[in-house]
Ligand binder design. Structure first.
Ligand SMILES: Nc1ncnc2c1ncn2[C@@H]1O[C@H](COP(=O)(O)OP(=O)(O)OP(=O)(O)O)[C@@H](O)[C@H]1O
Ligand SMILES: [Mg+2]
Length: 506
């Protein structure tokens, strides 16, 4: 019986000169499926496609086609064709001959009777009649049957792209690989071609593996979307799954517009973020720090006091069908959509159905403090604690005096007193100690995990700020520790443009 899976990538790993560009890639593609690999520039999409086509070999791992290992098979022996981003048509041939070219060159094995009557396999050219039938069919599928005799130089971008696709499908591949085939087209033509490609996929009934960095394109066309970042699959699923149930903050941010907040689970199925407690349906341990994602269209705007939290409309943008509002809730911004016209500055309430609040594991690779700020003496405040920091990183070359930065070239001064910043500290740059008289902050160890050769601790302060630190030393949950961070280990980012602070206080 034929299996459902046509292509299977198993633990595929690719390095160039010792640099990993695709890491432990595992994917089963079903027969007839439209799979899209989506991700930012440089994440390894083309490299993955080139390995499927055979133009690159995996450093380790296997690629199976119909259950057989094809990892080492040369490209021309794979029943796979590729449409590249930069397709080159033959400028001196017309549409028909561009599509027929490959078939005219090709020799196929046929059985012939030798003089002694025995059957022999001979390589022969494809008969002209068959070429003609196949080219005509391919041109029908891409909707160019009336343009057979046209000079390719007189075609529009979209028509040229269709010739390139016809040239690939005329070989009757089992799998068609498409690497950003629409990226050279303008917006309108792209939209049209997206629908046409989807139609072609239906008519042909073969498997498409499509690469793009355009999330809208991926959502419209695919049966399955595979989201990649830094060579690693982040999530694979249907467009609906990925949009509604993003697995981490990267996916949520990459697909569609989202509000993303730091949250804390306060009780079972209760999560606290943007200064309010919300009912949620994802069950995480109490005290766990989480990422929370809410889509703008899921925020319900109401009269003040009638929702879960109150805020003030900071801006609005008419977008045709609806208005997009930014509502300030304390220091947080909530992007919302609503068809009703409301005044900027007016007070509103916000609520969200609990099914529409997506709670996700926080990735604990770095400590990030999004509510940090700078005081008049140039110190960084995280919760109630203050830390020495290097403000110079916000304007390289600047002279720093307390909270003021001066650009020696332009002589402009920036006053960062009270400026909101995002501060980041790596886990291994936080020092914990039993000596509570040292350091900038103190807290209680609320969680500890042994990770191979070190512990990872979560230290929570009375103000409910968390420091996640790694250490070879052992503490127990409930122990009090002090927290020290070196000035040079704190990375800062201003929340507003630095020009906002120009000349202030002079
Ligand atoms: N032949 C090569 N030698 C060395 N490095 C390479 C080679 N091919 C690709 N890379 C590197 O591998 C990484 C992934 O490249 P790839 O072309 O797969 O990205 P991509 O996701 O297709 O990006 P884009 O959206 O910009 O096309 C990049 O850092 C790239 O520079
Ligand atoms: Mg690419």
């Amino acid at each position: 019986m034929e299996s459902d899976t046509i292509i299977s990538l198993q633990h595929v790993h690719k390095e160039f000169d010792g640099v990993t560009v695709v890491e432990d890639f595992n994917l089963d593609v079903k027969r007839g499926e439209f799979v899209t690999i989506l991700g930012p520039s440089g994440c390894g999409k083309t490299t993955t496609l080139r390995m499927i086509a055979g133009f690159e070999l995996p450093s380790t791992g296997k690629i199976l086609l119909n259950g057989e290992d094809i990892s080492l098979l040369p490209p021309y022996k794979r029943p796979v064709n590729t449409v590249f981003q930069h397709y080159a048509l033959f400028p001196h041939l017309d549409v028909y001959d561009n599509v027929a070219f490959g078939l005219k060159m090709k020799k196929v094995p046929v059985q012939v009777k030798g003089k002694d009557g025995s059957l022999k396999t001979k390589m022969k050219r494809i008969p002209m009649k068959e070429i003609d039938e196949r080219v005509t069919r391919a041109l029908q599928i891409v909707d160019l049957e009336d343009m057979e005799d046209r000079d390719v130089n007189t075609l529009s971008g979209g028509q040229q792209q269709r010739v390139a696709i016809a040239r690939a499908i005329v070989n009757e591949p089992q799998v068609l690989l498409l690497d950003e085939p629409l990226s050279a087209l303008d917006h309108k033509m792209r939209k049209d071609m997206q629908l046409e490609l989807k139609e072609m996929h239906k008519k042909l009934g073969i498997t498409f593996i499509y690469v793009t960095h355009d999330q809208e394109e991926a959502l419209t066309m695919s049966d399955t979307i595979v989201i990649m970042n830094d060579g690693i699959i982040q999530q694979a699923g249907t467009p609906e799954d990925i949009y509604n149930e993003p697995i981490n903050a990267f996916v949520a941010d990459f697909i569609g517009e989202s509000n993303i907040y730091n949250g804390t689970m306060t009780r079972k199925l209760k999560c606290r973020f943007i200064g309010a407690t919300w009912d949620v349906i994802d069950d995480f341990p109490v005290n766990e720090k989480v990422d929370v994602v809410i889509r703008p269209e899921d925020v319900i705007i109401g009269e003040p006091g009638n929702g879960n939290v109150d805020g003030k409309i900071a801006s609005k943008l008419f977008q045709g069908v609806h208005y997009e509002y930014v509502v300030n809730v304390g220091k947080n911004e909530v992007i919302c959509r609503d068809t009703k016209n409301r005044e900027v500055g007016s007070k509103v309430s916000l609520s969200v159905e609990k099914e529409n609040i997506q709670v996700m594991h926080k990735e604990l690779s770095v400590n990030q403090y999004t509510d940090a700020w700078i005081d008049a003496s140039g110190k960084l405040h995280i919760g109630e604690a203050s830390f020495e920091c290097d403000l110079g990183q916000l304007l390289p070359g600047a002279i720093v005096e307390d909270c003021r930065l001066t650009d020696p070239k332009s002589r402009l001064t920036y006053d960062l007193n009270d400026a909101d910043v995002v501060a980041e500290v790596d886990l291994d740059k936080i020092d914990l100690s039993d000596d509570l008289s040292i350091g900038s902050d103190t807290g209680t160890i609320i969680a500890s995990v042994w990770i191979g050769d070190h512990y990872r601790y979560i230290v929570r302060t009375e103000e409910e700020e968390d420091y996640v630190a790694v250490s070879p030393y052992s503490w127990n949950e409930g122990d009090q520790v002090s927290v020290t961070i070196k000035k040079e280990d704190i990375r800062l980012r201003l929340k507003s443009d630095i020009d906002t602070y120009k000349g202030k206080g002079e």
